[in-house]
Each structure stands twice: as structure tokens, then as C-alpha cells.
Design a protein around this ligand. Structure first.
Ligand code: COI
Length: 355
């Protein structure tokens, strides 16, 4: 049973008398937070399993100043999307993959995690409770953000005594609103991940360290950065918020995950789609020189979907790529989003109905 609406919720309610949707300008949405009605919360103590969670009104949460997440970054998160089909039904894209990735991240960060069934049920309940915020067909999607954190107090370094699994949602449009292709710069100073580190999991602690490079890149007019591997500086790693691919002829290459690169669910899906479309896909180390010599390049992620890279700048040299019609990127994006929005047959069995 959905909880009753609180005052925050009433403030969010539509003002245009449209019964079904809140008052949102769907056409203008970028990737920013629109507070919705409910969030899902489930807690457990260290050494126990998650058992029972509930929906509560969306809002701020209370945390000990000494919590594991605030002091030692003990947390992982996920990102997935819900889409409204033309017939009004709501679909999730591969939610069980996010559950599995969260579990792997939780193990690395010494945290208990919800089971796949608990994770998927929590995501479905949260999306359904906020159903009116799922954009109309073709006007964006609902971004779902599951978080798992050490919420208990721990002053000395160690796993927190209590954990919180939380799911909140927000309607979103394009991550790089208004940019049809991205201009990237190769980062010379910082690395994102190293062997034996946490690059291959979605810990919160991976994301603030990239902000310095990203801010410098944005100040120079770039949209994203290309990180290079920490060991040799010769191979491409990831961008700050997405996986990287290069295309040469009929061959699509992307770095192998191997604990350093995030095993993106969009990355994995694009590899599968590309193979079915007849491309040769290689998961292997890709040198920065190969990327600069590619015909095409693109990035993938839940937030960015599949976005063309228009240029990469390395040590002052700018290389441009094909971004127009008839690119691999365009074919892959159309196929993926066609499946996600329910316009193409889901032959892979990826889509999960919420309602
Ligand atoms: C996603 O694509 O879902 C991510 O988590 C990237 C994030 C930086 C927006």
C-alpha cells in the first residue's frame, strides 16, 4: 500500500490539472534531479541480511556524523532507467544486472547487499509509487538510483555497524543536453583507477576523484575527459561517467573490464547488439594512438546511453571523428533505445515490466 502524501509531495503535484502527470516541461529536461513522491528504504545490521523495506515520502535522510559513508566513503550505487511504452506500460532495462553489480561492489566494500529479488522488487515498487513521474513515451525516462551505504557510526576505520539500501528516482532527459556529439580531452595529470583498486565496482569513492579533471576540461570547453591507464599511460581507461569505444572499419574495440573498468550494463548490451549486427567486437587494451586513429568513437552508460564522440584532444592535437548518419554509433543507439522504449522486439529478454 502506498503511504499517504506529505507536504513535499503536494508541493510537487501538478498545477495544470493534468490528472496523470506532474507539471514538468518534459521537452526541456536535462539530467538533473526532480524530486518525486516516494523513496524506498531498507536497513540491516552488519552480519545480518536485509529483510523488510518500505516506501516513505521522498526527502532528506538522517545520518550519524560518524557514519561509514560520510567518513570513509563506504558506499556503492547503481543507475538504471524505466521507460514508458507507447501503450502506457512501464519497462525496466535489465534490473537484475544492476542487482548483481551492486552485490559485487558490496562484497568489495565489506557491506551486506540486498538479494537480486529484493533489489528488483524495491526498484519496481519505487517506480510504481512514482509512476506519474515516468515521462510520456518518447519524452525521456525515469532514472532510478539505488544506493547502498554504511549508515552506522564508526569512528575507527572499519565496516559500519548498520547499512541502508535506498532507492530514489527522478525523471530525466539527455545527460549532455543540446550536444549531439561530445568533445573529449585526454587527462594528463590524474588517473581514475589502478590494478587492485575499485575501478571495476560502482563505489561512490570512484566519482569525486574525477571531478578535478572534469572541471578543468569543462573550463576549457570540453564535455568529458578520457582517462589513461595508471600503469603505463598508453591505454584508454574510461571517461568520467561512461565507458569508451572506438570503431575502425567493421571492428569495435573497448577496454576489458578486468577489475579496473566499470562493467557497464549499457557497455555489455552494446557489445551484444554490435555482434548481432555483424560487427567484430574486441574487448582488449586500446592504445590512445588507436583511439586517435579510429574512424569513429562513442561512449556508453545508463545516463549517457550511447553518445557519439565528435573529437578527442591529446597533448594539444585535436582529432575529429565521423558522427553523422550511418555510423556504428547511430545504428547501435537506435537498436538499444528501440528495445528500451518497446519499439523493437526484445529478442534478448532484457526488458522487465513494472506494472
Ligand atoms: C550512470 O550512467 O548511471 C552513472 O552512474 C553515471 C553517473 C555519473 C551519472
Amino acid at each position: 500500500m502506498a503511504p499517504s502524501l506529505n507536504s513535499t509531495t503536494e508541493a510537487n503535484a501538478n498545477s495544470n490539472n493534468d490528472e496523470k502527470y506532474p507539471d514538468v516541461n518534459w521537452e526541456e529536461m536535462g539530467f538533473s534531479l526532480t524530486p518525486t513522491d516516494y523513496m524506498y528504504v531498507m536497513k540491516c545490521s552488519i552480519g545480518e541480511n536485509f529483510s523488510q523495506g518500505s516506501l516513505i515520502p521522498y526527502g532528506n535522510i538522517e545520518l550519524s556524523p560518524s557514519s561509514g559513508i560520510l567518513n570513509y566513503g563506504q558506499g556503492v550505487f547503481e543507475g538504471l532507467k524505466a521507460y514508458r511504452k507507447e501503450d502506457g506500460r512501464i519497462l525496466l532495462f535489465r534490473p537484475e544486472q544492476n542487482a548483481l553489480r551492486m552485490k559485487a561492489g558490496a562484497e568489495r566494500m565489506c557491506m551486506p547487499s540486498p538479494s537480486t529479488e529484493q533489489f528488483v522488487a524495491a526498484v519496481k515498487q519505487t517506480v510504481l509509487a512514482n509512476e506519474r513521474w515516468v515521462p510520456p513515451f518518447g519524452k525521456g525516462s525515469m532514472y532510478v538510483r539505488p544506493l547502498l551505504m554504511g549508515s552506522g557510526a564508526t569512528l575507527g576505520l572499519g565496516p559500519a555497524p548498520e547499512y541502508t539500501f535506498l532507492v530514489y528516482v527522478s525523471p530525466v532527459g539527455s545527460y549532455h543536453k543540446g550536444q549531439r556529439s561530445l568533445n573529449l580531452v585526454v587527462e594528463e595529470k590524474h588517473h581514475r583507477a589502478s590494478s587492485g583498486g575499485t575501478g571495476g565496482i560502482k563505489t561512490v569513492a570512484n566519482y569525486s576523484p574525477v571531478l578535478n579533471a572534469l572541471s578543468r576540461a569543462k573550463a576549457q570547453g570540453f564535455s568529458e575527459v578520457v582517462f589513461l591507464d595508471a600503469a603505463t599511460g598508453k591505454y584508454i581507461d574510461e571517461a568520467s561517467a561512461c565507458n569508451l569505444f572506438s570503431v575502425k572499419g567493421n571492428t569495435i574495440s573497448t577496454p576489458p573490464t578486468h577489475g579496473i573498468i566499470l562493467p557497464g550494463i549499457t557497455r555489455k548490451s552494446i557489445i551484444e547488439i554490435a555482434r548481432t549486427l555483424g560487427y567484430q567486437v574486441e574487448e582488449r587494451h586500446v592504445t590512445i594512438d588507436e583511439l586517435l586513429d579510429a574512424d569513429e568513437a562513442f561512449c556508453t552508460g545508463t545516463a549517457v546511453v550511447v553518445t557519439s564522440i565528435g573529437s578527442v584532444t591529446h597533448q594539444g592535437r585535436r582529432v575529429e571523428y565521423k558522427t553523422q548518419a550511418d555510423t556504428a554509433c547511430q545504428k547501435l543507439r537506435e537498436t538499444l533505445t528501440g528495445i528500451q522504449m518497446g519499439m523493437l522486439e526484445d529478442t534478448m529478454g532484457w526488458m522487465v515490466e513494472v506494472n
